[in-house]
Design a protein around this ligand. Structure first.
Ligand SMILES: Cc1cc2nc3c(=O)[nH]c(=O)nc-3n(C[C@H](O)[C@H](O)[C@H](O)COP(=O)(O)OP(=O)(O)OC[C@H]3O[C@@H](n4cnc5c(N)ncnc54)[C@H](O)[C@@H]3O)c2cc1C
Length: 698
């Protein structure tokens, strides 16, 4: 008999954002002004647990829903009871507030231990089931960190489960395809990426749900080791609105006009530069390499920057060149000039800050390489490019940790891409990616060499490995970064910090985060955002072989089947046309694609390649090798045409470097319309023949 502990979270409803939800002064989204709902993927996880219980034919298994949050989070537990939960538990305590993922995973893991002890009577035959991520955090870190704390196998990004020979086999999303796996032992943590069979509440079940007791536990009931702000290993230092899209987002009313702009932008290349609209900032230099020790223009926040400007200006005026010249009289003059900006204590801290010249963290800047079949994932090369920039600023080396079997041959390419030291961790047991074994290998190497920064690609693999490793080595981690910069917080005594910027709340705000209480600063970074530097085959680097002791017990998953896209696709073509689920059928896809690609090929005199969304591949419209996106291929053609594609983040990440994006979609509110240059609202069946006709006009 299996039991199911389902984690459900109450989140702000980011699908219904009204204008008054934004702070008029800062332009940022105010979370408390949004309605609260159950996190959609957790609702799917609940339905998934119900399916597992049903498919196993085991009526005695219990579904226990667990939520951590304020008292009002009881609502999502009542929702769970009214669908399928048998028991619900709310972990609620002010002391738990303000937590990052470590200080969320830790108390949840301790609560699961208490559930197992007191409710399941130490029966270890259970699954922890949860949505892949929550819409407010979007990190996907908590489930992996719970698995790490409880030392359980973790199967992430699951889309299906099949009960076979008395156990479950899970289908999950991996880079380049999908995989079927089973946990080698129970309990296990499962994260659900997609399960579109919602549960509905019946009248009688809703009545029962309203009468049923919600078990409420406080922090003192679970004795967790990391809670709230103090137990967190990251802190948010700035929240700001996302920059306006640099896409044109222009609606076109008819096929003739679309063909006109499409041909023009293809020929003139006047679309995006494909660089994500990121502003170039001056490269960081350590204080002892600056023209003056008083030069503090790399402070992490605007306030710190402005305060130092006032201070250095006044010091210049007073002819002060050394900190020991700052006596009481000088202090008085500075405070008078500062007015309301800062007071005595802040001034003392800022003066102390001038004495700091060395980076607060020590060690190399590392990238954890991702690879499959001896091929390095493109995102690894992008990260090495970023690591090179960070390491040059910090005057240290770039290290790449690569774990696997027969992998040394990759070292040459990694060095050419900008690495200095390649830490090769070879073992037969690392031949294929197993989260637990690879986490052990990488975490051991990190705690031997202690790099100051560790970067991972925000791919399904990196987003699984990084939280486990960071939790194991007690370091903070920021997910899905789109910006990584070195800055100081001189008055707080910190020099050379890695500031990590990422989208949050479904991309509606940006947050800059720093690591605290950690020996190393860790981040996953979105593929396609950081820039790869051109390979330099003359670069020299060192191979350092690191031995890790592994046994069969370190392998947590049995891999039953892996399906990867194979075949020849030329995604370097200047024009790529992709079809999504909106193409309706394989026949439609082939027919309409054939017509449009031929017409474009003739009109633009260029090769036109076919692409697809993941959903279209899963519908069988075309082979997986054509998939574009986070777990497909990232492309950067001159012209990208998306047909019947909604514009999910995982798809759009893969086309961020495209010059011109055109979309055709029947839904006037399709999210892709806010991320493209030109669009037509219409069905593909109706619009494509008209487009073809317009393209055929000489
Ligand atoms: C870890 C992970 C990795 C992923 N990686 C990828 C990835 O690499 N690539 C990827 O694409 N996705 C990926 N996904 C899936 C992604 O989240 C979306 O589910 C997927 O991109 C949706 O594909 P779609 O737009 O074709 O389908 P849908 O979201 O179902 O959208 C179909 C669209 O077609 C429109 N439509 C319907 N009928 C018509 C018609 N007759 N004419 C015109 N328009 C019509 C609809 O309005 C809708 O907008 C990943 C998800 C996860 C969790």
């Amino acid at each position: 008999m299996s039991n199911y502990i389902v984690l459900v979270k109450q989140v702000p409803d980011v699908s219904q954002i009204t204008d008054n939800a934004f702070d008029p002064d800062t332009g940022t989204l105010v979370r408390s002004r949004l309605a609260s709902v159950i996190n959609e993927l957790d609702a799917q996880a609940l339905a998934f647990a119900n399916k597992m219980k049903r498919d196993s034919g085991d009526k005695a298994g219990r579904i226990i829903a667990l939520s951590m949050g304020p008292p009002m989070a009881e609502e999502v537990l009542r929702y769970s009871l009214s669908r399928c939960a048998d028991i619900v538990i709310l972990l609620t305590d002010r002391a738990l507030g303000g937590a990052d993922t470590v200080a969320t995973a830790n108390p949840l893991a301790f609560t699961i231990r208490k559930i197992v002890r007191e409710i399941l009577k130490n029966d270890n035959n259970y699954y922890v089931i949860t949505g892949m991520q929550s819409v407010d955090g979007d990190t996907a870190q908590v489930p992996a960190q719970i698995a790490e704390e409880l030392n359980l196998p973790c199967i992430a990004y699951v889309t299906d489960a099949e009960f076979k020979s008395n156990r479950f086999e899970f289908t999950r999303i991996i880079s380049g395809g999908s995989q079927t796996v089973a946990a080698k032992k129970l309990p296990a943590v499962i994260t659900v990426a997609k399960y579109e069979y919602p549960l509905f509440a019946t009248f009688s079940r809703t009545r029962w749900a309203n009468k049923t007791k919600v078990i409420s536990w406080a922090a003192s009931d679970i004795n967790a080791t990391h809670i709230g702000v103090t137990g967190s290993k990251t802190s948010v230092i700035r929240v700001f609105p996302p920059g306006k899209s640099t896409r044109k987002c222009q609606q076109i009313s008819d096929a003739d006009s679309l063909v006109k702009v499409l041909v023009e932008s293809f020929r003139s290349g006047n679309g995006q530069t494909g660089k994500n609209g990121q502003a170039q900032t001056p490269r960081y230099v350590l204080p002892n390499k600056r023209a003056s020790l008083f030069y503090r223009s790399f402070e992490g926040t605007k306030k710190e920057q402005e305060d130092y400007e006032i201070l250095t200006e006044k010091l210049k005026e007073l002819g002060i060149t050394k900190t020991d010249q700052i006596d009481d009289a000088v202090r008085e003059k500075i405070l008078a000039a500062a007015g309301e900006n800062f007071h005595k204590k802040a001034l003392e801290d800022m003066i102390e800050g001038f004495k700091l010249t060395k980076s607060s963290f020590e060690g190399e800047v590392w990238v954890v390489a991702e690879h499959s079949d001896s091929v390095v994932h493109p995102a690894t090369f992008e990260l090495i490019g970023k690591a090179r920039e960070l390491a040059d600023s910090l005057e240290t080396k770039v290290g790449v940790a690569v774990a696997g079997y027969n992998i040394e041959s990759m070292a040459e390419d990694l060095i050419a891409a900008g690495a200095d030291n390649i830490y090769v961790i070879e073992d037969k047991l690392l031949r294929v990616f197993d989260p637990a074994a690879h986490r052990r290998a990488i975490a051991d190497a990190i705690s031997t060499y202690w790099p100051q920064i560790v970067l991972y690609a925000a791919t399904p693999q990196g987003r699984m490995l990084a939280p486990m490793v960071s939790y194991r080595v007690s370091c903070g981690l920021t997910a899905d970064c789109t910006g990584l910069d070195i800055k100081d917080s001189s008055r707080k005594g910190d020099i050379g910090l890695l500031l990590q910027t990422r989208p949050a709340l479904g991309g509606n705000v940006m947050a800059t985060i720093r690591t605290k209480n950690s020996r190393s600063q860790m981040a996953t970074a979105r593929p396609g955002v950081m820039k790869r530097i051109p390979a330099d085959l003359s670069r020299k680097g060192k191979i350092i072989r690191y031995k890790v002791r592994l046994s069969e017990d370190d392998i947590s998953l049995e891999i039953i089947k892996t399906e990867l896209g194979r075949g020849e696709v030329n995604f370097n073509a200047a024009c790529v046309v992709s079809g999504g689920k909106g193409m309706q059928s394989r026949d439609n896809y082939e027919h309409l694609m054939g017509l449009l690609c031929d017409a474009l090929n003739k009109k633009l005199d260029t090769q036109v390649e076919r692409g697809a969304s993941r959903a279209a591949v899963e519908q069988g419209f075309i082979e997986r090798v054509h998939q574009v996106g986070q777990t497909g291929t990232s492309i950067g053609p001159k012209l990208y045409i998306a047909l019947g594609i909604s514009g999910a983040i995982q798809h759009m990440i893969g086309v961020a470097n495209t010059e011109t994006i055109v979309a055709i979609n029947s839904d006037p509110n399709a999210p892709i319309f806010k991320q493209c240059d030109y669009y037509i609202v219409g069905t593909v069946e109706d619009t494509i023949p008209k487009l073809v006709q317009a393209l055929e006009v000489k």
